[in-house]
Design a protein around this ligand. Structure first.
Ligand code: PLP
Length: 380
């Protein structure tokens, strides 16, 4: 039996929404995008939402809008996808890595506070795997002078103490990449309660121009635009935005299925002393983006090979980011510089988790994993 790491759940019904855009005059950012931004404002209970063509480009637009400059410091977790740190470096800022909590793998307010310097302009907490960092406590720890940019690539549906992303930060940025819980293939969104920031984001999202295409042709007459500052090309076309409205009513049902499958894994691995799982955060509703396990590091790569050999797709989220070549060479980090990210990153495996994964498929993953882990630990 072959079990893929991921199978998307878009159907002919979602494709019809794209066909309707193709049949309309406007292919890029227009009325559909505005409608979707309204849906996101409603869902997250915020006044401003801006669609973007990736989390990555949204983060660039955000850092530009916040006027983050060469030499400025932005705190990021050592355990994340590289994009979180890379965008800070790309605009000339310094990504200041902070190790994560050994149980939850999340940034803690105390660790962030200890890394704040007079040059710190922002922190980018990552809601890793779908559990939220405590943003309210983080704000209390670092005060109002440091901007909080939530990396919500793993957490669209999650909450902490009843609060969704965006409730206590300056901005929350989502990814609609192909494997994310809500997807447009490539895409993302930024949400904020800050009116001044939202105005700036509209500009930095599109070349620093004073008006987007839809406004340039408003009322059928051409309007001149100005360039106010440097910006990126980060707007999401309506062709892709059209995939969001049909997904909104499916969100809760799909999350319930992710939760059910995650609990089946948890039950199956309970009591296995070679397998460690991230600890549940109290008060948190988990978005269940990824199901990750940790095994003894010397068994990780052979186990992944054995899983792949038995037709089971799996991946690694993530290895210790500061020890990847670019950061290691630039800042001279050693594996021991971030011991939690190092240990977790050397032993973690992500297993198939998506609505539509059948119980039979999941049972194959579980049985293969148990068998191969026993075999490898007996022979090591
Ligand atoms: C996927 C991901 C990103 C990047 O998202 P894109 O939309 O592909 O740019 C950033 N951060 C994390 C934690 C991610 O998982």
């Amino acid at each position: 039996m072959n079990v893929p790491f991921y199978r998307h759940q878009l159907t002919a019904a979602h494709a019809e929404a794209i066909a309707r855009v193709v049949a309309s005059p406007m292919l890029t950012s227009g009325a559909i995008g505005r409608e979707v931004e309204g849906l996101l404002c409603n869902y997250f209970n915020v006044p401003y939402a801006l669609l973007v063509n990736s989390w990555t480009n949204g983060a660039l637009a955000c850092l530009l809008a916040m006027d983050i400059k060469p030499g400025d410091e932005v705190i990021v977790p050592a355990m994340t996808f590289i994009a979180t740190a890379n965008m800070v470096e790309l605009i000339g800022g310094k990504a200041v890595f902070v190790d994560v909590d050994p149980d939850t793998l999340l940034l803690t307010p105390a660790a962030v506070k200890a890394a704040v310097t007079p040059r710190t302009k922002a922190v980018m907490p990552v809601h890793l795997y779908g559990q939220m960092v405590d943003i309210k406590a983080l704000r209390a720890a670092i005060g109002p002078g440091v901007r909080i940019i939530e990396d919500c690539a793993h957490c669209f549906e999650g909450t902490l103490n009843g609060d969704r992303p965006g409730a206590h930060s300056d901005i929350a940025i989502f990814s609609f990449y192909a494997t994310k819980n809500v997807t447009t293939g490539e895409g993302g969104a930024m949400i904020t309660k800050d009116a001044a920031l939202a105005e700036k984001l509209k500009v930095t999202r599109l070349h620093g121009m004073s008006a987007g295409a839809i406004d340039r042709f408003r009322a059928g007459a051409y309007n001149h635009w100005d360039m106010l500052q440097l910006g990126v090309k980060a707007n999401l076309p309506d062709l892709l935005a059209a995939l969001i409205p049909p997904q909104m009513p499916e969100i809760e049902g799909k999350l319930a299925e992710r939760e059910r499958l995650a609990r089946r894994y948890e039950t199956a691995f309970a009591g296995n002393n070679l397998i460690r799982l991230p600890k549940a955060v109290s008060g948190s509703k988990h978005a269940r983006h990824l199901f990750v396990i940790h095994v003894p590091p010397k068994l990780r790569d052979p186990l992944m090979l054995a899983l792949n050999g038995a037709g089971v797709g799996c991946t690694v989220n993530y290895r210790n980011v500061p020890t990847l070549t670019y950061f290691r060479e630039k800042y001279g980090f050693a594996p021991s510089s971030f011991p939690v990210a190092e240990t977790w990153g050397a032993g973690t495996i992500s297993l198939p988790l998506f609505p539509g994964l059948t119980d039979q498929e999941q049972d194959h993953v579980i049985a293969t994993l148990r068998r191969e882990l026993d075999r490898l630990s007996a022979s090591s």
